[in-house]
Design a protein around this ligand. Structure first.
Ligand code: GDP
Ligand code: MG
Length: 457
């Protein structure tokens, strides 16, 4: 096994472990902590749990999902038949031959150890406006690779759909079909036409909608040719001959992608799906437990204010404050039932300290200045004069209030981090996505999508 292949297999295994870990965590998490099983929460995260399970099942099947998009009659169904080398789906010149999504199993490269699922879709122009965009996005989200089929000049509708699909960050091949009818068409011409459409309509968004090497030219079902045969006795017979499909360019483009990065794509997409599901779960949990969380944060803010105000020693203030903040983070994560270890809680606190440095500095500064005053007041007078006690209490109250406010902010920031942090653990989906993206080879499709994917993480 080559190094690349084994790296891809390792990515697949890691994705598998990550999804399994997430599923085992979240299917038990409603019984976690002090919170009783919560029917409302359970109902609201059901679809996300299902999505996690679906992603894992797809990994188990090792199924690369390839879907076709295009206007009606551009030859999507014909293309699928040509790839399968069998008339499996109905095709025809009438509008709307394909009414629903059809999933077809295909085993293009047994040696790669991947299965493919080809998805035949209705034409983009058969579904109106907003619904079309939604349909396209939903199908694209479930796909690992998109075949966008065109035949003839690219229309505005096609261009818009192409742009919409591009924004899902899925690898895409532009398949120009029916080259038997357009013998003068070539890759560069299509590329230029797209660039032109892009310049007119992109509103400054996409720089390069597609690269020339992502365009392939095929004839999925070339027009039958009439053959006229005249026998010796003079009788004439007209027959129709069906030329073989010409889809070699597409076949080799697919083979290259599947071989070079099929498993990585599979792992990556499963992880993206898992990450989104986990973020949804975290978000819904935090929303549903908002009022309880506020009570906890208030309580800790008050504890800390009191503890800091009445503690005369600076360093104990600070340590005590940090312990209180850590305890708050633990209490919140317990309330939500979101995965967090003590180590992660410590990390989280460090990140909060780094990102809200100003606030913490304020706390620290107040401890130094006011704390010295506070300790000084105690040392010099030993609480024996009313003046000293007043000074002490004044300083202490201000300091306590600042510390309490600090905890309040930390509570808020912790909520945000908990919501996102659940995918950043050791086997977390976001962590693995970043690892895979760091390993991609420059000449791959994933590499091209890397920047956009990194922005999503
Ligand atoms: N000339 C020519 N016709 C094609 C080709 N591929 C498909 N067609 C025809 O285009 C029509 C629509 O094909 P179909 O696969 O049903 O399109 P779909 O609506 O995109 O699924 C059918 O009549 C096909 O025979 C091709 O490569 N060349
Ligand atoms: Mg069709």
């Amino acid at each position: 096994m080559s190094k690349k292949t084994s790296r891809q297999s390792a990515q697949l295994n890691q994705a598998h472990a990550s999804l399994q870990q997430a599923i085992s965590w979240y299917s038990g998490f409603r019984r976690h902590g002090n919170s009783p099983p919560d029917d409302r929460l359970q109902a609201s995260v059901r679809s996300d749990l299902q999505s996690l399970q679906n992603a894992l099942d797809k990994l188990d099947r090792k199924a690369i999902r390839i879907s076709t998009f295009g206007l009606v009659s551009c030859g999507k169904s014909s293309l699928i038949n040509a790839l399968l080398q069998e008339e499996v789906v109905a095709t025809g010149p009438l509008h709307g031959v394909t009414q629903s999504l059809t999933i077809l199993r295909w085993n293009p490269l047994p040696e790669v150890g991947l299965n493919a699922e080809l998805i035949d879709t209705p034409g983009l122009d058969e579904v109106a406006g907003e619904a079309r965009a939604t349909m396209a996005r939903e199908i694209a989200q479930k796909s690992d690779l998109i075949l966008f089929v065109v035949a003839g000049d690219i229309t505005r509708t096609e261009y818009e759909a192409l742009r919409e699909l591009r924004s899902t960050q899925k690898p895409l091949i532009l398949v120009f079909n029916k080259i038997d009818l357009y013998p003068n068409q070539d890759r560069q011409k299509i590329y230029r036409q797209l660039q032109q459409l892009n310049a007119t309509h992109s509103r400054g968004g996409l720089k390069d909608i597609i690269a020339p090497h992502e365009i392939v030219m095929v004839a999925a079902k070339p027009q039958p040719i009439q053959v006229r045969t005249e026998s010796l006795d003079g009788t004439v017979e007209n027959t129709w001959e069906h030329p073989e499909p010409q889809i070699e360019e597409l076949q080799s483009a697919l083979a290259q992608i599947l071989q070079q990065e099929g498993k990585s794509l599979l792992a990556l997409n499963a992880l993206v799906q898992a990450r989104d599901a986990q973020l949804n779960i975290a978000h819904k949990t935090i929303e549903l437990r908002q009022s309880q969380a506020e009570k906890i944060i208030d309580r800790y803010a008050r504890y800390k204010a009191i503890a800091v105000a009445f503690n005369p020693i600076i360093i104990v203030d600070l340590i005590g404050g940090l312990i209180a903040d850590l305890a708050l983070i633990r209490a919140l994560s317990k309330l939500y039932g979101l995965p967090i270890t003590t180590y992660e809680a410590g990390n989280l606190l460090r990140r909060i300290i780094a990102s809200s440095g100003g606030l913490l500095l304020g706390e620290f500064g107040s401890s130094l200045f006011l704390g010295v005053g506070k300790s000084g007041a105690v040392l010099s007078s030993g609480f024996d004069s009313t003046g000293a006690i007043t000074a002490y209490l004044g300083t202490a109250t201000v300091q306590g209030a600042i510390a309490g406010y600090g905890t309040y902010v930390i509570g808020r920031v912790a909520q945000v981090y908990l919501e996102q942090g659940c995918t950043w653990g050791e086997m977390g989906a976001s962590t693995l996505i970043q690892e895979i993206l760091a390993q991609v080879e420059p000449n791959t499709i994933i590499y091209r999508l890397r920047q956009e994917l990194l922005e999503l993480v």
